[in-house]
Design a binder for this molecule. Structure first.
Ligand code: UDP
Length: 319
């Protein structure tokens, strides 16, 4: 035993999960990554094949999780997270947010580890408070198509707090807002891969609704730094992790074209049911408790993301 700390990262082959693996390894931890690969990809972990401090287990956390040896932190990032993905995998999404989270909490209880839940801005639904503070209880349609994700995550927060109150588990809850960066899947349906992929291929950008709905995009390296700090804090209540710079989807479409240096047509498509009209985190709590705020500017993050997608899109750009 080396005395190094050891994390179990659930959803390790996913977009944020794989960046967290790198972040923890770079800071001297050993990491066990778990993923069932329904939306994650082992390619996100390829660079760690020779890393002796990293171990990968292909498993579904809806089955009981067994990890031998000591564990200091369990980070649960296992869930489909793009609207297209969770509508394609409704039951897996409901199960991983309920049964899966409870299995993860049981692992934390058994090993005495700190447990961190990746929750979401979707717990605020189509918010009537703007920007969203952690004290807002949300405006979620419990029977709409997005409910498979939103309500699973709300249940996940409830069971996390129950394990803290009644089972003595040391828990954290990160409410993650729209995050972007390298290792997003080109075809995951989210607006960042969708617009960047379309612009790189010279295709029209598909704006849902009139494009006046807003989002606030946080670059992934800022996100994982906040998660790292949250694990090391002792804060029990939810904390918003996101970038408060808000823009409409039409503004985002223009930014993508400017950054790529192309000009594509915009075509409108129907707005998905219950698509939130506005979203922007109030990050006062993260600033005060974690001493954190996003560092990567939107043009810089977008540029790095476009470079990543360029390496994924094997096409000649038509301008
Ligand atoms: N969106 C869009 N075109 C697309 C994909 C998404 O206009 O091709 C819109 C979507 O309706 C939403 C916003 O972009 O208002 C962000 O969507 P995303 O799927 O990235 O995630 P969400 O924030 O809704 O979870």
């Amino acid at each position: 035993m080396t005395g190094e700390k050891r994390a179990v990262i659930l959803g390790a082959a996913g977009f944020i999960g794989s960046h967290l693996v790198d972040h923890f390894l770079a800071r001297g931890w050993r990491v066990v990554g778990v993923d069932n690969l329904i939306t994650g990809s082992v390619r996100n972990l390829d660079h760690l094949r020779q890393e002796p401090r990293f171990e990968f287990i292909e498993a579904d956390i809806c089955d009981p999780i067994d990890v031998a040896g000591s564990v200091d932190a369990v980070l649960d990032f296992a869930s489909p997270a793009s609207p297209v993905d969770y509508l394609e995998h409704p039951f897996q999404t409901l199960h991983v947010g309920s049964i899966g989270v409870e299995n993860a909490l049981k692992l934390a209880k058994r090993t005495g580890a700190t447990f961190l839940l990746s929750s979401t801005s979707e717990v605020y639904g189509d918010p009537l408070e703007h920007p969203q503070r952690e004290t807002y209880w949300g405006n979620v349609n419990p029977i709409g198509p997005r409910a498979v994700y939103d309500e699973a995550k709300r249940f996940a927060e409830a069971i996390t707090m129950a394990y803290r109150r009644y089972e003595g588990v040391d828990t954290r809850i990160a409410r993650i807002f729209n995050t972007y960066g390298p290792r997003m899947r080109l075809h995951d349906g989210r607006v960042v891969p969708a617009f960047v992929g379309q612009a790189l291929r010279g295709e029209p950008l598909t704006v849902f609704g009139d494009g006046s709905q807003t989002r606030s995009f946080c670059f992934v390296s800022d996100n994982v730094e906040a998660v790292w700090r949250l694990v090391h804090s002792s804060y029990r209540d939810p904390i918003n992790i996101g970038n408060p710079q808000e823009m409409s989807i039409l503004e985002f479409a223009t930014a993508v074209q400017t950054s790529i240096g192309t000009s594509c047509r915009v075509v409108t498509k129907p707005l998905p049911v219950d698509d939130p009209k506005v979203r922007r985190p109030d990050i006062t709590r993260a600033r005060e408790i974690l001493g954190w705020e996003p560092k990567v500017s939107f043009p810089e993050g977008l540029g790095r993301t476009i470079e990543w997608f360029r390496s994924q899109v094997h096409v000649t750009m038509s301008r």
